[in-house]
Design a protein around this ligand. Structure first.
Ligand code: BTN
Length: 270
């Protein structure tokens, strides 16, 4: 995995998060296939401790729906922030988790909303219809011997820090230095990680309800005509209390809960 070129302030982040999540550690590596793949591998091998794994480069980054996730070129080590948070979690209901994660990330990157950092259901972070952050959430089966209903949750996050070109991307990229020219990946990790852990623990305790209005405040699809990858089209009426996307179609209101369906503002290519 090699040594990192940047200082990731692992101890500082671990100290900020440990009161929320005892035993939490932060690991930084120069290169890995995918931070999500690595934490899922560990979970399957029975390693289910709370950890944040950040990589300066991924050779096989993964996105949603089986797509690859391309980050900034290797020589631009701080051009992308690539990390995964892994922890055991046992919420009563998992619905809406990915939306709650998106809310936390968008609020950390743009607390006042001045930069119009919004959320595209279920959990892309967009600015002006361009993608700033991708989020990939996976869970591993319960580890043997645990008495509760927990699963090992892996939340993978990729943030564009430096300028990106749009080659091969379905959605044009946005990047943080468009309005924060001095932003660095380690600094942004320090801003995102503690609130993200807090949001996940809040979700475990109280579900999606505390996040619903905050999602609505940043919802970039609400009020727009949308098209789904299954061919459905209609007017987006925002997100329901369970996190489902509400689309008014000719056949009536449809609630979309499967994140295997992709949704776009109408007219934007899939
Ligand atoms: C998407 O928008 O399709 C989700 C992209 C998620 C990318 C991040 S980068 C860190 C983590 N490791 C991965 O392989 N994927 C996630």
């Amino acid at each position: 995995m090699g040594s990192t070129t940047a200082d990731w302030f692992e101890d500082r982040i671990a100290a900020a998060v440990a009161p929320l999540l005892p035993g939490f550690t932060v690991e930084a590596v120069a290169e890995i296939d995918s931070t999500n793949t690595e934490l899922m591998r560990r979970a399957r091998a029975g390693r289910v401790e709370p950890v944040l794994l950040v990589a300066e480069h991924q050779t096989a980054g993964r996105g949603r729906l089986g797509r690859p996730w391309q980050s900034a070129p290797r020589q631009e080590a701080s051009g992308s922030l690539l990390f995964s948070l892994g922890l055991p979690l046992a919420p009563a209901d998992w619905s809406g988790l990915s939306l709650a994660v998106g809310v936390s990330v968008a609020e950390s990157l743009d607390p006042s909303g001045a930069h119009k950092v919004g959320l595209k259901w279920p959990n892309d972070v967009w600015v002006n219809d361009s993608k700033l952050v991708g989020i990939l959430i996976e869970t591993a089966l319960p580890s043997s011997g645990r008495p509760d209903a927990s699963r090992y949750l892996v939340i993978g996050i990729g943030v564009n820090i430096g300028a990106r070109d749009a080659d091969g991307m379905r959605t044009p990229p946005a990047w943080l230095r468009q309005w924060r020219p001095d932003a660095s990946a380690p600094e942004v990790l320090g801003e995102l990680a503690p609130p993200l852990v807090q949001a996940v623990l809040d979700f475990e305790a109280r579900g999606f309800a505390p996040f619903a209005e905050r999602f609505a405040a940043r919802d970039v699809l609400r009020g727009r005509e949308v098209a789904l990858s299954d061919g459905t089209t209609g007017l987006c009426e925002g997100v329901a209390w369970g996190g489902e996307l509400q689309v008014r179609t000719d056949a009536g209101l449809q609630l979309i809960s499967s994140d295997e369906v992709s949704v776009r503002p109408r007219g934007m290519a899939f």
